[in-house]
Design a protein around this ligand. Sequence first.
Ligand code: NAP
Length: 267
Amino acid sequence: MLRIENKNVLVTGASRGIGKAIAELFADQGANVIVSDLDDELGKKVATGIGGMACYLHLDVGKEDDWIAANEFIKNKFGGLDILVNNAGIAGILETHGPHDPENLDIESWRKVHQTNLDGVALGCKYGIRLMRKSSSASIVNISSRSGIVGIPFAAAYASSKAAVRNHTKSVALYCAEKQYPIRCNSIHPGAIYTPIWDVMLGEGEQRENAVKVISSEIPLGAMGEPIDVAYAALYLASDESRYVTGIELNVDGGILAGSAASPPNK
Ligand code: NAP
C-alpha cells in the first residue's frame, strides 16, 4: 500500500538537495507533488523527472505575493492541499555578505536570512492552513535544523531563524488543534546532510574530502547524512501513520544532539 496515495503535496525549495529527495519519495508513495523553487529550470527538470501528476511552480517563500499566487494555483488545479513541506532555506554565507557573528552582524544580511528561513515558513503555514482546512487529514512539515536547538557562533542568523521555526511549529500545531482543523504540524532537525548547501563551506577536491572527514569524525554515527534520510522522516510526519503526533521536533542528525563535547573521557 502506498503511504500518501492521492495526497496533494507542496514542497518548497525542491529543485535540489533535501527538497528534491522529499518530492521524489512522496511521488513514489502516491502523492500529487508540486515542486516549487526559485530555480525554474532545475525545478521543472525535477517535476518532469517525477512525471505523472507532478508539476512545477515558481515560489519565492519570503514573498507574500508569491504565496497568494501559489494559493490560487493550488486551489484551481488541485482544489486544496493535504501536505506542505516548508523546506526552502539558506545558510546566508553565499546569499549575503555578512558577517554573521553576534558581535559584528550585518543587519541586512540578518534580515535576508530570516526573510527566507522564518518568514518563508510563517507565510507557508499561513497559506497552508487556508488550503488544508478542508482536507480529511493534513500535515505541515517544517524543516528546521539542529542549529535551531544549539547556537552557531559564525552563523547566528541561520541558528536564530531555525530556532524560530522550531517554536513557530508548536504555535501552529496548537492553533490548529484548538481550531479543530485536521492539520498537524511538526519540525525536522537535520544535522549535517550532504547537499549543495555545504558547497561553499566544503570547497573542492582534496580540501572537500578532508572537510567531510573532519565533519564525519564529530558525528556519533560516523558520516554525514543523505537527503533521503530526511525524506523518510518527512514521509512519516506527512502520512497518517503519525496521526497522533503534532508539535514535535524530530532530529535526523546521526546522534549529534544526543551528546555533549564536554562529557567525561572513557577510562
Ligand atoms: P540546498 O541544497 O541549498 O537547497 C535549498 C533549495 O532552496 C534550493 O533549491 C534553493 O534554490 C531553494 N531556495 C533558497 N531560497 C529560496 C526561496 N526564497 N524560495 C524558494 N526556494 C528557495 O539546501 P538543503 O541542504 O537541501 O536544505 C534544505 C533545508 O534543510 C533548508 O531549510 C536547510 O536550512 C535545511 N537543513 C539542511 C541541512 C544540511 O546539512 N543540508 C542541515 C540542517 C537543515 P536556489 O538554488 O535557486 O537558491
